[in-house]
Write a protein that binds this ligand. Structure first.
Ligand code: TRP
Ligand code: SF4
Length: 333
């Protein structure tokens, strides 16, 4: 029996290279060794975006299209939407009964989200009941499949720790060993920075999307921060102080290319504009196959929809087994 992986993402819309290199590429690699469940967390999206749902469906299609283009394979992994597996909500109810209020109150992520919401509704910090339950809902996601490992970014590790606590408490209260205590598996989210040198993110307008065209990518790369001390193209450059462009070379170039860029830059034989033109082409070459698949899914949303619905049905089969077992353990009718 293969060990299980469960992870999820909120449907935030088209994904960027930070998601691709830091998260999805990692998920893709896990597909052969593990039985994987990858979820679109649409209920989690509602915890903060309950009032802007007009793009929710399209965002789900966009995220799954990016996943599929990047190599997630519905034959190998179960790709599903959280709200299409309503067993999640039932497990959430049971877990909410045994989770002490102060366990969720001390969640650090919740505090950050509360700050964002404060500015939104304009009448003080507004934390809705559903948002309080964010980490318990995530616990339900993970325990529903009794996952062994949960690949997450550093910001989500506290939630996996809470999942372990809740699993242990459930087992203790109901005198069972049914739930495993899942382990976090850290993603490398800081692998690639944004074009301005900060963390890559949609809202910072410093990202390159998986689905960007070659032209858009090339244009964006031209805005990447370089060695700020360099003014003319034959000034001697300092690749290690080239804040973004050289870092990208280290991700997308071969050993020889990186060495050549370094040498030419240091000797003043390479202008930054030319350097970034080559870099843009390099990134486009690396993304070419993925983008071709992405365009196919863009043109065939019905194919993506079918994959989502079939994946969700598949997920439900496993989810129902857990729910039957849990109802039985608790002593429900
Ligand atoms: N909360 C996660 C995030 O915002 C997304 C998520 C929802 C998740 N359910 C999950 C991640 C279960 C791992 C496991 O990134
Ligand atoms: Fe950076 Fe290339 Fe300019 Fe050197 S030549 S500073 S590596 S962009």
């Amino acid at each position: 029996m293969k060990q299980r992986i469960m992870s999820g993402m909120r449907p935030t819309g088209k994904l960027h290279l930070g998601h691709y290199l830091g998260v999805i590429d990692n998920w893709v690699k896990l597909q052969d060794e593990y039985e994987c469940f990858y979820q679109i967390a649409d209920w989690h999206a509602l915890t903060t975006k309950y009032d802007s749902t007009s793009d929710l469906k399209q965002n789900i299609i966009d995220v799954v299209s990016d996943w599929l283009a990047a190599g997630l394979d519905p034959e190998k992994s179960t790709i599903y939407v959280q709200s299409l597996v309503p067993e999640t909500a039932e497990l959430h109810i049971y877990l909410s009964m045994i989770t002490p209020q102060n366990w969720v109150e001390r969640d650090p992520t919740l505090k950050d989200m509360a700050k964002i919401l404060k500015s939104k509704e304009g009448f003080g910090t507004q934390v809705n009941y559903g948002l309080m339950g964010y980490p318990v809902l995530m616990t339900a996601d993970i325990l529903l499949f009794n996952a062994d490992f949960v690949p997450v970014g550093i910001d989500q590790v506290a939630h996996v720790e809470l999942t372990r606590d809740i699993a242990r408490r459930f087992n203790f209260i109901y005198k069972t060993d049914f739930f495993k205590e899942p382990q976090p598996k850290l993603n490398n989210c800081s692998l690639i920075c944004g074009l301005d040198g900060n963390k890559m993110g949609k809202s910072f307008h410093n990202d390159i999307k998986i689905s960007d065209t070659d032209e858009v990518t090339a244009k964006k790369v031209m805005t990447a921060i370089t060695d700020r001390s360099r003014i003319r193209k034959d000034d001697l450059g300092h690749p290690d102080e080239c804040e973004v462009a050289f870092k990208y070379w280290k991700i997308f170039g071969t050993e020889e290319e990186i060495a050549a860029v370094r040498e030419e830059c240091e000797k003043g034989l390479r202008g930054c504009a030319q350097c970034k033109r080559e870099l843009g082409a390099k990134i486009n070459a690396r993304m070419a196959d993925i983008r071709e698949k992405r365009r196919y899914f863009e043109a065939h949303p019905e194919v993506v929809d079918k994959i989502i619905r079939e994946g969700s049905e598949k997920a439900r089969v496993e989810a129902k087994k857990t729910i039957d077992k849990v109802r039985n353990i608790i002593g429900m009718y």
